[in-house]
Design a protein around this ligand. Sequence first.
Ligand code: PEP
Ligand code: MG
Length: 578
Amino acid sequence: MAILLQGIGVSRGTAIGPARVLRRGDLEIAEYVLPARLVHEEVARYRFALNTAREQLREIRRSIPKSAPRDIAAFIDTYLLMLDDTMFTEAPVEIIRRRQCNAEWALKMQRDALVRVFDEMDDEYLRTRRDDIDHLVHSILRTLAGQPAVHEPESEHGSAVTGHIVVATDLTPAETVLLFHQGITGIVTEGGGPTAHTAILARSLQIPAVMGVPLAVRLLADDETVVVDGEDGRIWAGLDTAALAVFEERRREAAHRRAALARTREAPSRTRDGVTVTLRANIELPEDLDRIAEVGATGVGLYRTEFLYMNRRDPPDEEEQYATYAEVVRRLAGAPLTIRTLDLGADKGGAAATNPALGLRGIRLCLHEPGLFVPQLRAILRAAALGPVRIMLPMVSTVAEVRQTRRLVEQTAAALAREGLAHDPRPPIGIMVEVPGAALHAAALAREADFMSLGTNDLIQYTLAIDRIDESVSYLYDPLHPAVLRLVHHVIDVGRRLDVPVAMCGEMAGDPRLTPLLLGMGLTEFSMLTTTLLEVKDVITHSDYAHLAAEVDALLACDDADAYYTRLEQFLRPLTGA
Ligand code: PEP
Ligand code: MG
């Protein structure tokens, strides 16, 4: 019987292959008291297991190829540091001695004590650390039990997972790296989400992955053929040969299409009637830069810097940020870099907010906490001395926020000048238009900003009152809602009238089905993940700008809902290929 499971697609691509279900389960832990004379030996046994766990991690570290993203090694270094901490080197030993108990029991007591402390703290970073501790405890317990590591190769004929789609409750980053080197073709996990370490890694390593799939470990069986759609977050199992052949064919077609599109990398991005459209990349990690050249993007239209701040206790200091931004500028070799200043929510910046999406986030948080903002501004201004850099402010809703930021940038530049540090005192400062009030107020904001960029992910969320991460209302999250399109059109129009460049960097910009609609609205600068850039360019080169503009005008003039959707359907029909 065929089954379809739904999760969250966190890394694009389709994988088809046999499943390998990793059943970790909870290890049976014997709990017993020892005679005093054996305590010394038990301590030695624990230390030996700890060393073995350490050695296994070092082995993983050594197996990372030089070309792999730096953060992979950093994850493993963090684990190694944790294993060297007294929480593992001393505390369990102390418990063994004090309670005269076996090593497993002592380690379990220590683990429970640590987890209790983390559970009391409402902090995403610590929750991640809690999972890390569990992973390390399990690996020590495994060696204590004389068990091999979960993913050790089974024979010289290759690993048990080679060519398989791995299904697990959760995977740690270290395990993901090891599995990648053993040749897995896809990942399905019950836990995790798009911002989990493992999801970020899967994207970096280009392994199709779906996370947050309830009961995956129970519902999928070893060696049954599964299909993983890392885009839509779907997993199929139990398909018959005919259905599998359809997916296989689709995957082959996608690969052919990608190869054909790759050849258009150097072609100009121009409509049939000669309008040039700028295509830029959205990046989150410096590693994403590799793909910019592959798709021929004109620099970066959105660099989400908050990724630098995630999964760590202390924010990166000025020097670390400067080194990171400087590397990105250098690697772009003269192409523009748009650095979006920190877009963290109030829940991560200090006091918990009742509604983080409407709270102290984005530019509000930055202006509220200069201690957080100024080091970032200093790092950006310094990196801007090395190449063309623009500053982009997230979540702007008032003119005052832009003016206040400009003053802060001026003061920061003056301080850098006094200190004799090389910098660009006046990089262009633009704003994200992602609050409906800002879109309606675009004319006033455009007079303060050097450029604007439509953040449609949030603009849709706020316009339609749909929490963008709440599954239960996702059916209402509609980029084609007339209210959304009117706001988008209004902002593009204002930009044209006032001669302020308007781009779009929300997900809509990277959806090739929407490209003609956006062109028709007058959008000539798109910024998106590199994965769809060539598809968007393909649509552009087959479009007629003037013709689309007339169609969009007629569409947006419709007040009647039926007329609007009929026209929209006609408008989109050729794009969806229906
Ligand atoms: C957006 O809101 O459209 C956007 C690009 O920013 P983010 O998705 O990072 O909120
Ligand atoms: Mg946003």
